[in-house]
Design a protein around this ligand. Structure first.
Ligand code: FMN
Length: 173
């Protein structure tokens, strides 16, 4: 079976090179709003979505992420927007809730002609004192735990082909 939505799912690819061109605010708003419609355990809406476009914080989050990796690269591949997803660590589904938010945003961005890639290590960043200091600066609760982030922007390269799906990915009983 094929339809536009299935094709969208199959053609989304992780983008690891971005044009510096900013993301129009309507497109960014649509991506962020799509995140808020993700399912969450018990309907608790445990996640908080933090959209970073301010160059000062864009640089700071890249620095903290690279520090976790032990290098000084830009883990967000030059994307003009970094969207962090954190969630209330007291919710027993905080990782799953945040992951659903991230996927909703990645698919919406793709539908709008934008590229994304999930970038990890937000847990380590926001469990650290430097991450907690940022939360205080942003007037957000320190009980938030990192789930993940997406880099967002216009792709600078053509998307590659997806890897072949593994054998026995699906088991029918
Ligand atoms: C939980 C998770 C963590 C990931 N972390 C990173 C990351 O830190 N950096 C990165 O470039 N890609 C990261 N990715 C992207 C994967 O490498 C990518 O989804 C995978 O290679 C499949 O490629 P595709 O997204 O193009 O289908 C992550 C993906 C997931 C789901």
């Amino acid at each position: 079976m094929e339809n536009n939505f299935l094709s969208l799912i199959k053609t989304r690819r992780s983008v690891r090179a971005y044009k510096p061109q900013p993301v129009p605010s309507e497109a960014l708003d649509a991506v962020l709003e799509a995140g808020t419609y993700a399912p969450t355990g018990g309907g608790r809406q445990s996640p908080t979505i933090i959209a970073i476009t301010d160059p000062k914080y864009r640089q700071e989050i890249a620095r903290l992420n690279a520090e976790v990796m032990g290098n000084n690269t830009d883990p967000y591949y030059g994307a003009p927007v970094v969207i962090l997803v954190l969630a209330d660590g007291s919710a027993n589904t905080f990782v799953e809730d945040g992951s659903c938010v991230l996927e909703n945003m990645m698919l919406t961005a793709h539908a709008l002609g934008l590229g994304t890639v999930w970038v990890h290590r937000e847990r380590e960043i926001f469990d650290s004192e430097s991450g907690k200091a940022l939360l205080r600066e942003w007037k957000l609760p320190e009980t938030l735990r990192g789930v993940g982030a997406i880099a967002l922007g216009y792709p600078a390269k053509e998307a590659g082909q997806p890897a072949a799906r593994k054998q026995n990915y699906i088991v029918r009983i």
